[in-house]
Design a protein around this ligand. Structure first.
Ligand code: COA
Length: 174
């Protein structure tokens, strides 16, 4: 069996930033040019909401094949986490890479006593990690039109309720 290693994104001389860009460029590829997720990760890395311990890469046979990041968000002004983007190179889909990244992220978040994680995504995918519609947990999406696609997961018995705000670079996505 091939082992999927999940580790923190490296900064400094041997940094993973370009490999992370390549992951999201391929994972979110479309006909309309550079995917917004590529620039989003770079903007997040430069933002005060960046949490280095929650930017994780998945490595298979020495190759970076996936990336996920959670950044500082707020719920009614209290600290929370916003997840995204999560991307896996298309050639490696369906091998558990996304699952490994998400479980590693959630474990790292819980170890740091985070109370709530939220994201915008497919309920059919994120339900397996325990995410449910955020509105049912009293967490209001930045855009009410997101409906059930805005999901949250409680990591603690006590978690804030109210309006969710992502780190600032998400506001520039339009
Ligand atoms: C979504 C993504 C990260 C999943 O990564 P992955 O490594 O292929 O995922 P895993 O191998 O851990 O899990 C595969 C399972 O997820 C399911 N799945 C993948 N994308 C899904 C989606 N959009 N909706 C519902 N289920 C999905 C697969 O059907 C498969 O199901 P199974 O376990 O019942 O067979 C990857 O497909 C990807 O990078 N997609 C493009 C970018 C993207 O959409 N990111 C998420 C943004 S919300």
């Amino acid at each position: 069996m091939r082992v999927i290693e999940v580790r923190r994104e490296r900064a400094g001389a041997e940094q993973d930033a370009e490999l992370v860009r390549a992951v999201h460029r391929a994972a979110f590829a479309s006909d309309s040019g550079e995917p917004v997720e590529v620039g989003l990760v770079d903007a997040l890395r430069a933002d005060p909401g960046w949490l280095p311990h929650l930017s994780l890469v998945a490595v298979l046979d020495g190759q970076v094949v996936g990336h996920v990041v959670a950044t500082r968000a707020t719920v009614d002004g209290a600290p929370a986490l916003g997840v995204g983007p999560l991307g896996v190179l298309p050639a490696f889909h369906g091998r558990g890479v996304g699952t490994a990244l998400m479980y590693a992220l959630l474990g790292a978040a819980q170890a740091r006593a985070e109370s709530l994680v939220a994201l915008l995504g497919e309920p059919g995918y994120y339900g397996r990690f325990g995410f449910t519609a955020a509105s049912g947990l009293g967490v209001l999406a930045p855009d009410p039109g997101w409906g059930p696609y805005f999901q949250a997961l409680l990591l603690a018995a006590e978690a804030p309720t109210g309006a969710f705000r992502y780190a600032a670079p998400f506001d520039d996505l339009g």
